[in-house]
Design a protein. Structure first.
Length: 185
């Protein structure tokens, strides 16, 4: 009888701990990018319902469930225009097109973020090796992974999912009008 009481108590504490842990993990996950986030009091995180309503299925799966979109069949892998890539969830600037390069992987690749504080990192165990996951530092949206096989000056390859970003093309400014007087008349 005493042995069953001990086992019952241990089971009670084990279940209680796992319930508490499951309640704490979403909060921890939501806060994991805030340590290195740029301070932005104006940003209000979207609810899961809002995210599902505003994002496509692939955008939601990539940013919220750490999915990966298909190589060579995504929006920005071959984008060549000048501009800025922003987070699809919170609109924070992430990468400048001037740091984009052709990696041959089928995903948009950059050698550095627009600002070191715009992205956060965490270890991601995949099959038999550890990768470094990259997420938006403001909203914690999964972006992709960073590898140490990129070009100089950083040697990094930020291999991002198009579904996690929105591209804002830099508009060509109109030629400035001049008030120069035509001296040929």
């Amino acid at each position: 009888m005493k042995m069953s009481t001990v086992i019952a108590k241990q089971l009670f504490w084990l279940v209680s701990a796992s319930v508490l842990l499951s309640l704490a993990l979403p909060t921890f996950a939501a806060d994991r990018g805030k340590q290195d986030a740029a301070v932005d009091d104006a940003y209000v995180p979207k609810s899961e319902v809002e995210l599902r309503r505003t994002l496509s299925k692939i955008q939601f799966d990539v940013t919220q469930n750490e999915a990966t979109e298909p190589a060579f069949r995504n929006k920005y892998w071959n984008e060549k225009h000048a501009g800025v890539y922003e987070c699809i969830v919170c609109k924070q600037d992430l990468f400048n097109s001037s740091t984009k390069f052709k990696s041959g992987t089928g995903w948009p690749s950059f050698y550095e973020p627009i600002d070191a504080k715009s992205v956060g990192y965490k270890s991601d165990n995949f099959l038999f090796y550890t990768r470094t996951e990259v997420h938006c530092s403001r909203c914690n949206a999964h972006l992709g992974h960073v590898f140490d096989d990129g070009p100089q000056p950083t040697g990094k390859r930020y291999c991002m999912n198009s579904a996690s970003m929105n591209f804002i093309e830099k508009k060509q400014s109109d030629a400035p009008e001049t008030d120069a007087v035509d001296s040929s008349k």
